[in-house]
Design a protein around this ligand. Sequence first.
Ligand code: TRP
Length: 335
Amino acid sequence: MEKHTGKQIALTGDRPTGRLHLGHYVGSLKNRVKMQDEFKQFVMVADVQALTDNAENPDKVRNNVIEVALDNLAVGVDPAKTTFFIQSMIPEIAELTVFFLNLVTVARLERNPTIKNEMRQKGFEGNVPAGFLAYPVSQAADILTFKATHVPVGDDQLPVLEQANEISHKFNSLYGETFSKIESIISHAPRLMGIDGGAKMSKSLGNAIFLSDDTETIKKKVMQMYTDPKHIHVNDPGSVEGNVVFDYLTIFDPKQDEVNEFKAEYRKGGLGDTVIKNRLADVLENIISPIREKREYLATKPDYVMNVLLEGTKEARKVAAETMAEVKKVMKINY
Ligand code: TRP
């Protein structure tokens, strides 16, 4: 633990509800690989949070704990630099959640835009599980148990972090200065569209390319991609804006001068969709194949992967115990 002394603390988490995809890769995983050199970094497998809307699917959550760990390890999040842990194995987080629940109102939770949105998506309006409504409280506990100062998230999570700061501020004002402010780090990467042209790549929308997809699947998904519905004949002028293939080429193709030439030709007319799709399939294959290979290799070593999670959890628990001792002292429940 000492090797990280003096570094600022970053913490992020993934809900284990499915494998991770290219949107996660550009939006957060790549950033974790970079941040692990600059921060003391924790990466949490958020199984407790996943259960807030999957209470009836324990197998799904359990199976995806390993999948999410594999995705992180395969892209290069390194257990020698990053502390991985399983949320449910840190009982201090649950304890802190209970104390924090006294510091928020139900009305404030119901007004949280992230929660409102997700309730609509999940059909929870009018019958929301209390644990789901309160997940911002438990997320505040995830972060503050480790005294994390920096939390990289997608912009959809900003209201959750804002509420975490409110909780921490209220705690400090009641019991004395214990937690410092949480800074959110918003990914600069543009949000990746789905292959259907939808605003966001998402496993539940069925428009994702996964880091574990094989060559054929990548090719098939690229061939299905939304382009320009008005570009019917090769010689018709085509639109590059809102065209998923060009959007991805702009983000992923290492040869941007060639992409620019393609764009000009496509706009003018004379460049067929198949040509640019074949190119994109190659570009994505080059990015995903080393990740997929490492993932497949690690998948043959489930004991190793589980051990990474358990060893990290052991280290994380030491930090959690220190915070909890301090919390109980200031709350005068340190009997
Ligand atoms: N809510 C986050 C998501 O939807 C996952 C998460 C749980 C998290 N706890 C966290 C992220 C703490 C950052 C910090 O992806």
